[in-house]
Each structure stands twice: as structure tokens, then as C-alpha cells.
Design a protein around this ligand. Structure first.
Ligand SMILES: Cc1ccc([C@@H]2N[C@@H](C)[C@@H](O)[C@H]2O)cc1
Length: 451
């Protein structure tokens, strides 16, 4: 064990009500919006191959020309209630919204810089109305904040000279001021989602970041902060030098999903996912594969089955509207969630052996086991191996109880679930298992082989 001042301050999961609420979300929405939505991956008629929100770093783009986009930010069609309504229909329980991305442009009228909406043609606060609109829909809000700030002249990638450290100390105060400002202006936010914390300059600030995290938690009891905010005094991030998770949940699953339960080490975690291969901000043309609703539903099921939340990203257009592809995916996901949401909300790892046909989710609310079926075997029957001594009492379809199933015990703690009619679904579907203790002595008389 290494003595640490600035490593993990808690072992294992948080067990308070605020974190239990976060753990139960299942499905979230990410929103990346800002100046980068205006060029949308195109500059002087040329397409930028990287992520649209990183276009300022492209050699073709002068930072000054990019920063002048502030004078073009005027989302006349921005209507936060319409975004919140789309999210509500989609069935998300929380939204993570960019307050300031790496480019330093603030979507709220921060007092600590001029580079905000207040000095754009739009003039008005964006974050406040968004928080209000989502709160009204009963959708919790998490504020995304990038520590790395390309616009701020005091930002440094590393600290090499005395001047660097004088400038970066100013930057640290600026960062603290903005974070306390956000928590004060938007007190209904449930957490902060940090990004832009990998450069050496910030990684060297273990003590400062640790005390800032403590200060924010005191200012906002119950605040939820992930593992990406700070490093320990040896520069270790996400997991400290003793391998313990820092922050309240693991924030390493960006555009990737854990394969098995041992990959998540008993921690809470979220997976943040783009619809195209790698675009967070609005990009005029999406290159490569665009995920379908069924693919996204399977990612959602897989995340919840492994104790995580699935957060799907939307990149609104510069005029404040959402693009058609995102609206239609939100609708398709929402239509599925309308029928199957009880298998997602309050979902956790069920402890069953993974089967090829899909995912098991246990509900902390109903104590039922849900089978989320994505792949029907050619045999037409669905195998279930229960944790030992657990018997299946009943199996029925969540979409309509009429679509019932018969469970056949084929071995100790092993069952076949037989659909009572040919399953020909066009969509993923859910079977509910009601289970119980195996009757004492009921071993099913299955002789184990001697080998
Ligand atoms: C290498 C890299 C750095 C930052 C990112 C940012 N994190 C995502 C959540 C987006 O904000 C993306 O711009 C992505 C890739």
C-alpha cells in the first residue's frame, strides 16, 4: 500500500441516496453544443477529418479566426423545451450538457471571461434555460466542463518555467472561479462531468484539484464527480497508485463498452457514445458507420447489464435545432423504452452466466430478472443458467403477458425457455423471469458426470 494524500478518499461504491438515483438512471443523453457547431467540420470549403469540436486545432484554422465565431453564434431556433421533450420521449433519465468545451467558449454568462454567450449576438444564457427545461421534464442535469481551455492565454500543456507556473496558477484560480460559479448559478445540477484533464499541467495539480473537489462537494452536498477530474500525487488518473477508483464512478468508457463484469471492478460507471464513429459536436456530414437504433439499444442493454449507464450524444445544429438522424433515433429508442423501460431503469448486474441471445438485467425495484433478447438461436429456445439454487417460477413477455413462455429444467440450475408461439420479432424484446429458491432437496436428480 502506498501512502497517498490525494488518492481515492473512499473505497467501493458510494452508498448515499444521490448516488443510488444516479445508479438507477440507465439511459442518459449527452449534448455537445458551441461555436464548433457553426463550421461543423468544414473550413474554407475543406472538410476536417477529425471530430468537429476539435476543428480549432486543425492547421488550416487560425485560432483567432475560430474565436471570431463568437460573433456568429446566434441560435435563433433554440428552444430548450423542445430538446427536453425529445429527451423525455426517448426515455432518458439524465442529460450531460457542455457548459465549456476545450475551445473555452462558455454557454453561460461567466463573470470570469468575455468569451461567453453574453458577448455573442445571442446574448442570453443557454445553460439556465436548458437546466430549467430538463428539470421541468424530471430529467436530471449533469454539467460537462473541460478543464483544458485553448482560448485562455494562461492555459499550459505542461509547466516548464517560472512564467508557466505563474500563468497556470492564474488559470487554476480561473477554473475554480468558474466551477464555483456554475454550482452557484445552477444548484439543481446533480453532478459535473470533467474532460480535458490529461495534460501534464493539470496532472501535476493533485493537491489543488483534490482540495477543489472537496470544496465543490462541500458547496454542493451529494455532488457527483467522476474519475476523470483529478490525478493523485504520482500522476495516476482514474485509478490511484493503489488501484482504487478516484471520484464517484469510472469515466473511462468513452466510445467503448466493457465486455464482462470483471472489467468494471465493482464500480459505478458510464459509457458515453457517439452516433457516428467519432463526432461529438455537430458535423455537416457524418463519415463512416452511423449506428442504428437496434445497435444503440443493444449497447444500452449491455451497459445496464454490467452495472453502467449508457449516455448517447447529440450535437445540435448552430441554429439550435436537432438534426433529423438524431430525432429519428431518439424516437425509435423512445418507442422501445415506452414498452421496455422497467428492464432498464433501476437495472443492475443479475449474476447470471451470459448467454448468446442477449443480456440479463436484475431490477433493484421489482427484483425481477429481465432477459433482453437480441439474437434468437436457430433452436428457437433460450438457455438460462441461474445462480445456484435459484429456480424459475414464471416467464412472460414484457411487451404483452400473452406472449408467454414455458420454462423447462434441463439440468441443475439450467433451463430452456420455450416461446409458446414462433418468435418472429422485428425488434429486441424482453422476457420477465420470476424466480424463487429451489425447494429443499429438489436437486432435479441430475447426476454430474465422473471424469
Ligand atoms: C482524444 C480525445 C480528447 C477529447 C475528447 C472529448 N471527450 C468527449 C466526451 C468529447 O467532448 C470529445 O471532444 C475526445 C477524444
Amino acid at each position: 500500500i502506498i501512502q497517498l494524500q490525494h488518492g481515492a478518499h473512499r473505497l467501493g461504491r458510494r452508498n448515499d441516496a444521490d448516488m443510488a438515483r444516479w445508479r438507477a438512471y440507465g439511459l442518459g443523453q449527452f449534448i455537445h453544443w458551441g461555436l464548433y457547431s457553426i463550421p461543423a467540420g468544414e473550413w474554407n470549403g475543406k472538410m476536417y477529418n477529425g471530430a468537429a469540436e476539435w476543428i480549432r486545432t486543425w492547421k488550416e484554422v487560425s485560432p483567432q479566426a475560430y474565436d471570431s465565431l463568437i460573433y456568429r453564434f446566434n441560435p435563433t431556433k433554440f428552444n430548450p423545451d423542445s430538446w427536453a421533450a425529445v429527451a423525455k420521449q426517448m426515455g432518458v433519465k439524465y442529460v450531460t450538457i457542455t457548459t465549456k468545451h476545450h475551445d473555452g467558449f462558455c454557454l453561460w454568462p461567466s463573470k470570469f471571461t468575455d468569451f461567453t454567450v453574453a458577448n455573442s449576438p445571442y446574448k442570453k444564457d443557454i445553460i439556465g434555460p436548458l437546466v430549467k427545461a430538463y428539470d421541468k421534464q424530471g430529467i436530471d442535469v449533469i454539467l460537462y466542463f473541460s478543464v483544458m481551455d485553448w482560448h485562455n492565454p494562461d492555459w499550459r500543456y505542461d509547466i516548464k518555467t517560472r512564467d508557466d507556473s505563474i500563468a497556470f496558477n492564474r488559470f487554476k484560480q480561473f477554473t475554480r472561479n468558474q466551477l464555483l460559479e456554475l454550482l452557484t448559478q445552477y444548484p439543481s445540477a446533480k453532478g459535473l462531468w470533467f474532460d480535458g484533464t490529461w495534460d501534464k499541467s493539470w496532472v501535476k495539480q493533485a493537491a489543488f484539484a483534490d482540495s477543489l473537489e472537496t470544496e465543490m462537494r462541500k458547496l454542493h452536498p451529494g455532488l457527483i464527480i467522476g474519475s476523470r477530474f483529478r490525478a493523485d500525487e504520482y500522476g495516476k488518473r482514474h485509478f490511484d497508485s493503489n488501484g482504487n477508483l478516484m471520484g464517484d464512478y469510472e469515466q473511462g468508457w468513452e466510445r467503448k463498452i466493457p465486455e464482462k463484469i470483471t472489467d468494471v471492478h465493482g464500480n459505478d460507471w458510464d459509457c458515453v457514445m457517439t452516433i457516428p464513429e467519432n463526432q461529438w459536436g455537430y458535423a455537416k456530414t457524418w463519415q463512416g458507420h452511423i449506428k442504428t437504433a437496434d445497435e444503440l439499444l443493444e449497447m444500452l442493454a449491455k451497459c445496464v447489464s454490467l452495472d453502467g449507464n449508457f449516455v448517447l450524444n447529440f450535437g445540435p445544429k448552430p441554429d439550435g435545432t436537432l438534426r433529423a438522424e438524431e430525432l429519428s433515433l431518439a424516437k425509435a429508442i423512445g418507442d422501445w423504452m415506452t414498452v421496455n423501460k422497467e428492464a432498464i431503469y433501476n437495472g443492475e448486474y443479475a449474476g447470471f452466466i451470459k448467454q448468446d441471445w442477449g443480456y440479463f438485467i436484475k431490477s433493484t425495484a421489482s427484483n425481477k430478472i429481465y432477459m433482453l433478447v437480441f439474437n434468437i438461436p436457430v433452436s428457437g429456445v433460450l438457455r438460462v443458467a441461474t445462480p445456484s439454487h435459484m429456480a424459475i417460477r414464471k416467464a412472460y413477455g414484457l411487451d404483452n403477458a400473452a406472449s408467454n413462455y414455458t420454462s423447462e429444467e434441463i439440468g441443475s440450475s439450467t433451463y430452456f425457455i420455450h416461446p409458446n408461439q414462433q418468435i418472429t420479432p422485428k425488434k429486441p424484446f424482453v422476457i420477465v423471469l420470476e424466480t424463487g429458491e429451489e425447494a429443499k432437496g429438489q436437486t432435479g436428480g441430475y447426476e454430474k458426470a465422473k471424469t
